[in-house]
Design a protein. Structure first.
Length: 287
């Protein structure tokens, strides 16, 4: 599998197509293929998202192109041949697997804004005051002034701190999977994030993230992960395993545990209820 920018792969002139990363290991390919299963019910809605896409997966046998499919949103696939966009059955597992295989999106900081713009709209058809607040904050939290003011999440007063920690986790997890969350600055607040999920009433999510934290205690330290990431060049292509040697067994267990996230519980529903209950105070803090 050769991963490229969407529309950036030429099957006849592969040397002219820049690969974001290449996957040749049979086990990894089987895992990725298993995560390309879509929710067939979503096809009935005839989704056609107005986004160019994040990454295109080009599957080849030798020099023959078997198929191309694009991840156009953290939870949707598109086929170049046409047809409606389809919702993935397990989007987080696919993103996590691609990151493990070497995907490092140089535009991720810009894509976070794009991904969070539609967060509430993708999970609900209502347009409540809580939904509007989450949409607004999802964009505002990435502005320079807001980021500077509340760079230290521990200094943010509640209930805003709780909401920000949940949104931080959701953004990183949706875009890069659990490993991306852990090795970015958000991973520094892992204990606080567990408490935040518990505070909004997403108990099952809190339990799963807590189990992941217990797994990491064995051999993975957040500061160590951050140092490894900081030492990498911006456009360097590498896998999580190559950046953090000696952690393969632990991180694989963490990824396996993370597959339970967002399956038995949708924390966005709990977050919406929490925001609704604290809307006046949240609005005052955000301005």
């Amino acid at each position: 599998m050769r991963a490229s920018e969407v529309g950036g792969f030429n099957s006849r002139w592969r040397s002219e197509s820049d690969a974001l990363f290449v996957v040749s290991d049979p086990t990894a390919l089987i895992r990725i293929a298993s995560y390309l299963i879509v929710d067939e019910e979503s096809l009935r809605h005839l989704y056609a998202l107005m986004t160019p896409g994040i990454v295109q997966m080009n599957l080849l046998r030798g020099h023959s192109l078997l198929a191309s499919v694009a991840l156009i949103h953290s939870g949707f696939l598109r086929w170049p041949a046409g047809g409606p966009d389809a919702r993935l059955a397990n989007p987080n597992a696919l993103v996590t697997s691609l990151v493990q295989c070497g995907w490092r999106n140089a535009l991720l900081s810009d894509l976070r804004n794009w991904a969070t713009l539609g967060r509430a709209k993708m999970v609900t058809t209502t347009n409540s005051a809580a939904d509007e607040f989450i949409d607004k904050l999802s964009v505002q939290m990435f502005t320079q002034s807001f980021s500077q003011q509340w760079a230290d999440r521990r200094a943010v007063p509640n209930p805003l701190r709780t909401v920000l920690l949940v949104l931080d986790f959701d953004t990183e997890f949706q875009m890069q999977g659990i490993l991306g969350f852990l090795e970015n600055s958000t991973g520094e607040y892992l204990p606080e994030t567990i408490d935040a999920f518990r505070e909004i009433g997403a108990i099952r999510t809190s339990e799963v993230v807590s189990s992941i934290a217990q797994i990491l205690v064995e051999s993975v330290d957040h500061n160590r992960l951050r140092r490894k990431v900081a030492s990498s060049s911006e456009y360097q292509i590498s896998s999580f395993a190559s950046r953090h040697r000696g952690t393969a067994v632990t991180t694989e267990r963490a990824v396996d545990a993370a597959t339970a996230l967002y399956v038995v519980e949708r924390p966005i529903d709990a977050l919406r209820a929490f925001v609704d209950a604290h809307l006046s105070e949240l609005s005052r803090l955000v301005g």
